[in-house]
Design a binder for this molecule. Structure first.
Ligand SMILES: C[S@@+](CC[C@H](N)C(=O)[O-])C[C@H]1O[C@@H](n2cnc3c(N)ncnc32)[C@H](O)[C@@H]1O
Length: 300
């Protein structure tokens, strides 16, 4: 997949910002285009490595993460799949291209992403993908109406360490028999039990990526059980993600040096992104406190 799509300029993107000063919207509107340095297809997540030399191709690992998420949903022709917090629609563009008989709907709270991903979808000629504006805590979707729902590195933006809002919403919109998948970084213990150095890195990542908190893996799973999800399968995939996470500090430094050499003045939100990207790699090494998980569950 190659996009070759016009990217909205800083001035054009300003029009899409909210007047409410929403930190998530501001962050993604300002730093959004920078993600092209991470992924030419704007995959705004980590990758999944399967083979030894996968680590050499970041884009391949990022696209494979899209496949891992879609495989977990057991989709069939005619199904509708919802992406909660779709960014620039990388996963649904990947899915729509590969599975033309499945309908993919992405939702994001960032208006610029709706516009920009619309262009990306149009340029790829995809008829079975759309990105809509919506808050995943309360989507304009009928209850019991979709076959699969997923959140890839997006539900971390929800309030609380149990991430109740989007989990409840996913359960509501899913048809009976439907699957929900959440892929994200999680705390393995409460924040107050983190070692001081880990806590410092954790706070840096949260503040700079506009995250209220990571989900706590135990609390999220407990909440899913309370909501009625069944067959909850929890897999730690930190080692599969690590080879792509290793790229983060290098991409960050390269981006920084390139910007300086080109005489570019970095935006506040870009600097925040660079700080978080650099820190996440070291935070990820605190294996007893932080892990990257794939959680899959059914509504029965
Ligand atoms: C790190 S990006 C991940 C994007 C995408 N899932 C991917 O992997 O490329 C997080 C996304 O979550 C979205 N988001 C955050 N809070 C949201 C909310 N309450 N409702 C809908 N989307 C939200 C942001 O706008 C952004 O698009």
């Amino acid at each position: 997949m190659k996009t070759g799509t016009k990217i909205y300029t800083k001035r054009e993107r300003t029009e899409f910002k909210t007047s409410t000063g929403n930190a998530i919207v501001d962050y993604y509107t300002d730093a959004g285009p920078d993600y092209e340095a991470w992924s030419k297809n704007f995959n705004m997540h980590f990758g999944f490595a399967l083979k030894r030399w996968d680590c050499l191709s970041r884009e391949k690992m990022l696209e494979r993460m899209n496949q891992v998420v879609l495989d977990s949903l057991t989709m069939k022709d005619g199904d509708t799949i919802v992406d909660m917090g779709c960014g620039l629609g990388a996963t649904i563009r990947y899915g729509a291209y590969k599975y033309p008989n499945i309908k993919f709907k992405g939702y994001t709270i960032t208006p610029w992403q709706v516009k920009q991903s619309g262009l990306l979808i149009q340029n790829m000629g995809l008829k079975n993908a759309e990105v809509l504006y919506g808050d995943y805590n309360q989507l304009a979707i009928e209850k019991n109406s979709v076959h699969g729902v997923f959140g890839l590195e997006s539900i971390c933006h929800a309030d609380g360490t149990d991430k109740e809002g989007p989990l409840k919403e996913a359960y509501r919109i899913l048809k009976v028999g439907g699957t929900f998948t959440m892929v994200d970084g999680f705390l393995k213990k409460p924040e107050h039990e983190l070692a001081p150095s880990t806590k410092k890195m954790y706070k840096t990542v949260c503040e700079n990526w506009a995250l209220p908190s990571f989900g706590n893996i135990n609390e999220v799973v407990y909440k899913m059980k309370q909501l009625g999800f069944k067959s909850i399968d929890v897999k730690e995939i930190s080692w599969k993600v690590a080879p792509s996470a290793v790229h983060a500090p290098f991409v960050t430094l390269f981006f920084l040096v390139k910007s300086v050499l080109n005489g570019k003045k970095l935006k506040k939100e870009s600097i925040k992104n660079l700080k978080a990207c650099f820190t996440i790699f070291f935070l990820g090494m605190c294996r007893r406190s932080i892990g990257y998980y794939k959680i899959t569950a059914k509504k029965v």
